[in-house]
Ligand binder design. Sequence first.
Ligand SMILES: *Cc1c(COP(=O)(O)O)cnc(C)c1O
Length: 471
Amino acid sequence: MRQVKHTPDQDKPLHFTYADRHMDQAVSKYDIPEEGMDARVAYQIIHDELNLDGNPALNLASFVTTWMEPEADELLKESANKNLVDQDEYPQTEEIHQRVISMMGRMFNAPKDCDPVGTCTVGSSEAIMLGLLAHKWSWKKRREAEGKSTANPNVVFSADVHTCWEKFARYFDVEMRVVPLKPDQFFMSADQIGEYIDENTCAVGCVVGTTFTGQIDDVQGVNDYLLKLKAEKGWDIPIHVDGASGGFVAPFVYPEVKWDFRLEQVRSINTSNHKFGLVYPGVGSVVFRDRSDLPEELVFNITYLGGSMPNYSLNFSRASSMVLLQYYNFLRLGRAGYERIMKNIMDNAQYLEQKLLETGYFELLNESKYLPTVTVRLKDRELPDKVVYLLSDLLREYGWIVPAYPLPPKADTVHVLRMVVKENFSRDMAEKFATDMQACIDKLNTLAGDFEAYFEKAKAKGLVEGKGRVC
Ligand SMILES: *Cc1c(COP(=O)(O)O)cnc(C)c1O
């Protein structure tokens, strides 16, 4: 019989190497197991199971940050056990939270005489809801003061918005008035909005960096239109800008374009710090132009954690890590660092764009000017729409995750592939991606137009058609 090897502590034989005997039994999945297991084994089992996920570095579908520096990882670990909401116990963390808001208020060009306030959230979805709720509340107060009805508030935005805008309308019982896209225009222009606005409009939404094509709504035009309405009818309708994706790109890549607090009607802006703020998932923010834009009734004073703490959020407890990591990036990169990174990723996006055009297979929906995203459609309009879905599936075989989808209403005959270029997507990766894309196209060409047959085969292999996602 083989000797069991012993560690210096004779009572503790070295009883596992990789993950011990747990590996030959299925672990409990839907009921809590009766007995626990060794920490290392539990770690190894979960770690290994996660290998079945896609590779974040090859995920061109998502805008969300997939890489940070080791020092950031260190901070993350150190602060995971501090609840952001416990401001009284962790006052320095709260101090940093406020600095982050202040830096963003200035980044969004809040005028000198304004006092920008706001809060970090779990993401832009929460931030957009908080922004719109504040405007709904202010509208209600204004109407009450004028002795007018507060029934049927509405919010106006374009079909190019993220789903969270519709979520807001449904969850908080506000009528949504959606400005459709056009078959050849994929953002909202000022000339489209007049017929959707009335005295019950509590806010107009504009997107800076749409999820679908990376373009921007005409915020300046909308602002001018609303200023005219204010002068003519006395309606003071605020703009909430959804800068989830563009909020950290615009200030560094096209600082001359006015879309932020330089425009009078822009009263609140949200951004996803976990997108181009370059922080891991779990942090967004909403910033109001001035303290007076956030109704004080919405800020709750919490007393049961010790002290009295102002709180404006939909969620409550969460780790403070991501807020601290945003502060880390501000200190670590400075404006110059952000500028360099944003310019690099824009350059890489434009390079990828060129490479895809060189295949002769695609045409651009628009140039990558406002976001480092590349959105293409098929050049040959005779090819069936499903070819983009097919390409998305084929790219998966090379590890790349690229979504294919139709654009929103009135432009929904356009089917696209979209790639988000992030910090970790190097020139070399762009080369490799273009080569793999060419291989996918070659594969398609061997089908000689018989896509139906391919689809049947793909289905038989268990591949599903068009599982494109937008995130
Ligand atoms: C990503 C995105 C959102 C949602 O942001 P989360 O931070 O994921 O909640 C909203 N609007 C736009 C334009 C986005 O790109």
